[in-house]
Design a protein around this ligand. Structure first.
Ligand SMILES: [Fe+2]
Length: 408
């Protein structure tokens, strides 16, 4: 299969104009992942086509959908976005994009998500992605080799700090070339915001301070916090850990309503950038748990997901691997606790972790690049694995029940 990918890339590289003109091509969802797909691309031509031609694999006739332009911060790059609707669930499609930059043969491929959990569903997640392009390429290639349905990328993607268009170009190109499944399918992304999406790489800002994030990515609710529902079997809630929206207030109120409205969802995952149960960045004389934002998350969000129940929580930003014990009410609770998985080390330089004797919340921690791979099964069980940058599994956790709720 690797050979097939290499041949594909070699073929693309020989198409005149392809590699120079197309900066990025990436798939996302604004609505139902079983019946829609948003095709986004970035090129350098102001008048390039807005059309996507697509068909089910095996069909002869092409359909056409025409999208809209979007500008990318204050650069001359040209964003194009087309939401394909009315697709069939769990089905392979092939597509071509605007004139002059289409792939010459049958087009790129994607697969819609199943409407029901009638086959195992698998996704990968992580954050803190690009210190160097070379390492990002390798890490994304290893993640793609796991054949995930999609990737949940939660913050500090290009390390562009709201200003560096070059870093976004590198990140987008890397994704287009490497986030390809073994059978040649482009892997869709679900994204969240981190501090390095914001001007100056800081926090406590407003959306206007993260111009690339908000222009490149069109999320279901057009915000940095939102829910994405996969039939009745899974919901993913993405949150903004005070990068452009405060933790408390509107976002916390939305979280309460969003979880209350999803009582019937089989699996629910929460993902955000800055951790409540981190592994580094301890304030002077304290532990990582004493960081102001970690306290805020535990105060304003944690009681909400402890009340409604979630499957697991994904955290990032600290550039390590970590798995917490099962936790509830800020204590270890092996029977009814929720596990926090992190800590954002897709392809960045890793850091040091606390000695486990000084980190009561940690079951395991290590400075190691990795992604988390989540696999859901129809029988209501799921398995989460940590896979390192060389594709090696080094941690594994079976989650017996879809959602951990307090004992009534
Ligand atoms: Fe970060």
């Amino acid at each position: 299969m690797k050979v097939l990918q290499l041949l594909l890339l070699a073929a693309l590289a020989t198409v005149p104009g392809w590699s120079q003109d197309l900066v990025g091509l990436y798939l996302m969802w604004q609505s139902d992942p079983a019946t829609t797909m948003t095709v986004n691309w970035v090129d350098l031509h102001a008048n390039s086509s807005l059309d996507v031609h697509y068909r089910r694999v095996g069909e002869t006739a092409w359909s056409k959908a025409t999208g809209a332009k979007f500008s990318i911060s204050d650069t001359t790059m040209q964003g194009r976005r087309v939401e394909l609707k009315g697709l069939m669930p769990d089905t392979y499609y092939e597509f071509n994009i605007g004139k002059g930059i289409e792939k010459p043969t049958e087009g790129w491929r994607f697969r819609t998500m199943p409407r029901d959990l009638n086959r195992p569903v698998r996704f990968v997640t992580g954050g803190d992605m690009m210190h160097t392009r070379q390492k990002l390429d390798k890490a994304t290639g290893s993640a793609a080799a796991l054949d995930p349905d999609f990737a949940l990328l939660v913050g500090d993607l290009a390390y562009a700090n709201g200003v560096s268009s070059n870093r976004w170009v590198e990140w987008l190109k890397s994704w287009m070339e490497r986030a390809v499944s073994p059978d040649g399918r482009l892997i869709p992304m679900v994204v969240g915001i981190g501090n390095h999406e914001v001007r100056g790489g800081t926090n406590g800002k407003i959306p206007e301070d993260a111009p690339f994030f908000y222009s490149l990515f069109r999320t279901p609710e057009q915000r940095s916090y939102y829910a994405l529902d996969f039939g009745n079997y899974m919901s993913i809630l993405v949150l903004d850990t005070a990068h452009t929206v405060p933790v408390a207030g509107t976002q916390a109120q939305w979280l309460e309503g969003a979880l209350a409205a999803r009582k019937d969802k089989q699996f629910v995952f929460v993902g955000y950038h800055y951790p409540a149960y981190g592994t580094t960045k301890a304030p002077k004389g304290g532990t990582p748990l004493d960081a102001k934002r970690s306290i805020e998350i535990r105060e304003h969000w944690m009681p909400i997901w402890e009340k409604h129940g979630v499957t697991a929580v994904f955290e990032n930003d600290h550039h390590n691997f970590k798995r917490t014990h099962r936790l509830r009410q800020h204590k270890r609770d092996d029977a009814n606790g929720i596990v926090y998985l992190g800590d954002g080390a897709w392809a960045v330089q890793t850091r040091t972790v606390p000695d486990l004797a000084n980190g009561w919340w940690l079951a395991k921690a290590e400075g190691r690049n990795h992604v988390w791979e989540v696999k859901l099964r129809a029988n209501g069980t799921s398995t989460v694995r940590a896979i390192d940058i060389d594709g090696k599994e080094f941690d594994k956790l079976d989650i017996a029940t879809p959602r951990t709720k307090p004992v009534e």
